[in-house]
Design a binder for this molecule. Structure first.
Ligand SMILES: C[S@@+](CC[C@H](N)C(=O)[O-])C[C@H]1O[C@@H](n2cnc3c(N)ncnc32)[C@H](O)[C@@H]1O
Length: 235
């Protein structure tokens, strides 16, 4: 069982279930996003295996063998404490996989210290600002295309807003003021070892996550995946 912390409209949870077959529980504080996520899961025929709940990601109402938080932990106060507390509620050898937008422009060492401040073990840390920059350029290109199609004044306004936002973000990324980090935290070692945790597909799912980009609309064919895989570090 995997928890999607701050699942938004559930695209990633659905894509992961389709790729790996794992059960996923998505948690988000926005009731509208959860309602939409449920609708999408039903439409994708994945509803029994994927559940969505309105809840605070800092205290998910279930335990799991692994969790991921994509661009959601930067919205909570004191993220390191939250990450540490979440890591204690994940069964070893699980992991928490996180993508995190940092607006302070911290260098690698400083960011690692920031995450580890709560007492967690950071397993991998990568600067993936480039990915974020690519997505930004795609959004800007879509806005320029929209402008070329001579939209209504409201459409023009939206496109100009997107373009100015993307130009601002691109400048922050170039100057190193805005960075997107991807990291994995090891589950709290104090928990009792649960052999069943090996039988769930948590790590398989987490291995699928680095490929995470704009949702593929659930078009990826279901691939029967073995639910027992080596640890993430074996890659
Ligand atoms: C930028 S969106 C990311 C959504 C999704 N993870 C994705 O990558 O597409 C951040 C999400 O985190 C949720 N969120 C932020 N703080 C939260 C909290 N304390 N508890 C639950 N959800 C939260 C927001 O409602 C929002 O859906």
């Amino acid at each position: 069982m995997l928890i999607d912390l701050g699942c938004g409209m559930g695209d990633v949870a659905i894509a992961i279930h389709r790729r790996t077959g794992c059960r996923v529980v998505g948690v988000d504080g926005a009731p509208g996003a959860v309602a939409e996520a449920r609708r999408r899961a039903r439409k994708a025929g994945a509803a029994p295996a994927i559940r969505f709940m309105v809840a605070d990601l800092r205290s998910p109402p279930i335990r799991a063998s692994a969790a991921y938080a994509l661009d959601s932990l930067m919205f909570v106060p004191r993220p390191p404490e939250v990450i540490a507390s979440l890591s204690r509620s994940i069964e070893p050898p699980g992991r928490i996989f996180v993508t995190f937008l940092d607006h302070r422009g911290l260098e690698r060492e400083a960011f690692a210290r920031f995450v580890e401040a709560g007492g967690v073990r950071l397993e991998r840390l990568e600067d993936v600002s480039g990915e974020f920059g690519r997505r930004n350029r795609q959004r800007a290109a879509a806005a320029r295309r929209m402008l070329r199609e001579r939209p209504s004044w409201a459409g023009r306004l939206v496109a100009w807003l997107v373009l100015s936002e993307e130009a601002f973000v691109a400048r922050l990324i170039r100057r190193g003021r805005l960075r997107r980090w991807r990291f994995t935290v090891v589950a709290g070692a104090s928990m009792t070892w649960d052999p069943a945790a090996r039988l769930v597909s948590s790590v398989t799912a987490i291995r699928a996550l680095p490929a995470y980009g704009p949702g593929d609309g659930g078009s990826t064919p279901v691939r029967p995946a073995p639910c027992m895989v080596p640890a993430l570090t074996d890659r």
